[in-house]
Design a binder for this molecule. Structure first.
Ligand code: NAP
Length: 589
């Protein structure tokens, strides 16, 4: 890596400017920053070595990681092995990312808990007890906190810190990272661990500020319990978050109105407590289970690859298979029943119709059932939610489905929600309206390079990355589970571990060989983007108006963002890239 003194000189300028703005308000800050500058200027060793010296300036790092969810925590843990000076910046006041913010009633992971957990430490996986097949949010958050404590991560995480800007200087090969409170940090590498579903979106409804009751977004739920007992509640949105929230709130509220624009498929979780025998058996075989998971497209063990196409089986045989899957629970296993379910329209339609039949059987009112039957997308082409009693909830006398497909919401009023057909009065409104997914959290930060490159400009037509890990023109910036990687189409923790391990190897190489700058090659990036699109276009995925293509955000370019060839294939590609001396990347001293 390059000499720390370069970064320090750059720093000197930045802090002088910064102090100029800040000094009039705060003389104490002026003094402390000045001392830091003096320190910075006297460093003259390689950045990796500086990391270990107590004299290293407080705000100068080898790596700044943005986000302390599962990606940020594991990045910090692994990079400590390289003896790098790492700082994690986290907007929340605790670890856990998604599971810190999404505290809505019924929040639960749709990947089984024995799989949706870190594999990097056998001691950790042996000692941790998951109580249920699919973990609830409080248990996952408890686990995240346990990991933070067990691996002493908190000392390098700065909480309550939202990053606002990041600028790379090509002269010094250094990132300057600015926070919303005006703090500046510098680092050789900036790692985006900011999550795929972390920028919640409340639609731009007219009049929201006029509403006299309380309103909530599922992705920014209060820390304290929200009690809906005796309340008239309206919920907008029937994606995975709404589908999990609705049955729980319905049990509490006086009356719940569900505002549905687009009907969604959902399959039962069949969640249950994990028996000690099942846990013991899984733990005894954890190593093999993880190895098996790494060879699957989803990063999950226990589901042998399908061998047949849907239409190879008779209707009666298919019915037996799907009935079994329906009763066993799980969404990934459901979609992994046949080879061509997400490729062939007729095959998919046969499966989609199976689920519609289920909806019509469960929901007693035929008109309500019809509104709940999806008819605008192929099953699995939007994230397939996993529910507990979702469709059953519409049989409750205190639940009303409001079809807003043809009678949209026109405004939020003082009293509630007004559609083109009427006004509904509420004490509380829940927005289960999703996120600016995959690119939102990254583009929320003003990311620039001193040569004039701006990420918001570069990605204005859709994200472009090499392997989902980096984007050409923005050196020393790495993205964990970024657009163009398998990320949300897999077990996220498996995807995170794969990315972080790969980044670890890259930074070790950079450190060992004393490189200063790592950058994706534009040509390699273009080929990767083309490949990601070709793979997507060979499936039914791009046909759905999903957040995978940004369709939920008005004006967002329609680009299919995840890489859907599978985590197994992707892992091989990443390993080959590394083995070939980081093919498609420019490493410079
Ligand atoms: P989502 O899938 O984007 O769903 C948003 C919902 O809000 C949709 O029903 C959408 O309707 C509706 N909506 C948005 N804007 C609207 C408007 N202006 N008027 C009326 N309706 C509007 O968001 P999400 O449910 O939060 O889920 C996002 C992702 O998070 C999931 O796909 C999943 O990957 C993840 N997640 C996972 C779990 C889990 O592991 N169990 C749980 C929750 C979430 P349209 O469809 O018509 O746009």
């Amino acid at each position: 890596m390059y000499s720390a003194s370069y970064c320090a000189v750059r720093h000197r300028w930045e802090f002088v400017l910064f102090i100029g703005n800040y000094a009039s308000q705060n003389h104490v800050a002026w003094g402390s920053l000045k001392i830091r500058l003096d320190y910075a200027y006297t460093q003259n060793s390689s950045i990796g070595d500086t990391a270990m010296t107590s004299a290293a300036p407080a705000s100068q790092y080898d790596v700044v990681v943005i986000g302390a969810g599962f990606a940020g925590m594991y990045t910090l843990h692994r990079l400590r092995e390289l003896k790098l000076r790492v700082k994690v910046l986290e907007a929340g006041d605790g670890v856990g990312g998604t599971w810190y913010w999404n505290r809505y009633p019924g929040a639960r992971c749709d990947v089984e808990s024995l799989e949706y957990s870190y594999s990097f430490s056998d001691d950790l996986q042996q000692e941790w007890e998951w109580p249920e097949r699919f973990a609830v949010q409080p248990d996952i958050l408890k686990y995240a906190n346990h990991v933070a404590d067990r691996f002493d991560l908190r000392r390098d995480i700065q909480f309550n810190t939202r990053v606002k800007s990041a600028t790379f200087d090509r002269q010094t090969n250094c990132w300057t990272i600015g926070t919303t409170t005006g703090e500046m940090l510098s680092a050789n590498f900036c790692i985006m661990a900011s999550g795929n579903l972390s920028l919640p979106r409340v639609p731009d409804f007219k009049g929201l500020n006029n509403f006299k009751g309380k309103w909530y977004h599922t992705g920014q739920w209060p820390h304290e319990k929200v009690d809906f007992t005796g309340k008239r509640v309206g919920i907008i949105g029937t994606g995975a978050s709404g589908i999990q929230t609705i049955p729980v709130v319905a049990k509490e509220a006086k009356h719940l109105h569900v505002f549905q624009r687009t009907a969604n498929f959902s399959v039962p979780s069949v969640n249950h407590k994990l028996s000690p025998e099942v846990v013991k058996k899984h733990k005894a075989n954890y190593k093999q289970a993880r190895a098996e998971a790494n060879k699957t497209p989803f990063g999950i063990s226990g589901y042998p690859p399908p061998s047949k196409n849907v239409l190879d089986d008779s209707e009666a045989d298919r019915e037996v298979i799907f009935e079994k899957k329906w009763n066993t629970g799980g969404n990934i296993s459901f979609l992994y029943s046949y080879k061509d379910l997400l490729i062939n329209k007729d095959a998919n339609e046969a499966v989609s119709e199976f689920v519609r039949r289920k909806i019509r059987t469960i929901v007693k009112d035929a008109k309500v059932a019809q509104i709940l039957c999806p008819d605008d997308h192929y099953i699995g082409t939007k994230r397939l939610p996993l529910d507990t009693d979702y469709f059953e909830t519409f049989n409750r006398p205190n639940v009303t489905l409001v079809n807003i497909k043809n009678a949209p919401i026109v405004e939020i009023t003082e009293k509630g929600i007004k559609t083109t057909e009427g006004e509904y009065e509420f004490d509380a409104i829940i927005f289960a309206t999703g996120f600016d997914a995959m690119t939102g959290a990254i583009m929320d930060i003003d990311i620039q390079v001193t040569d004039g490159a701006e990420l918001r400009k570069k990605w204005s037509g859709g994200p472009k990355t090499y392997l989902g890990l980096m984007t050409a023109g923005f050196p020393n910036m790495l993205i964990i589970t970024g657009p163009g990687s398998p990320s949300v189409k897999t077990n996220m923790i498996s995807a995170i571990e794969q990315h972080v391990d790969w980044i670890f190897d890259l930074l070790k190489h950079v450190k060992d060989k004393q490189y200063a700058r790592v950058e994706a090659d534009l040509d390699a990036e273009e080929k990767w983007v083309k490949h990601v699109n070709e793979v997507a276009d060979s499936t039914l995925y791009p046909l759905a108006n999903s957040w995978y293509v940004g369709a939920n955000i008005p004006g967002k370019p329609r680009i299919f963002m995840p890489y859907v060839a599978g985590l197994d294939k992707y892992r091989v590609i990443c390993d080959q890239v590394a083995a070939e001396g980081y093919r498609g990347m420019v490493l410079a001293r």
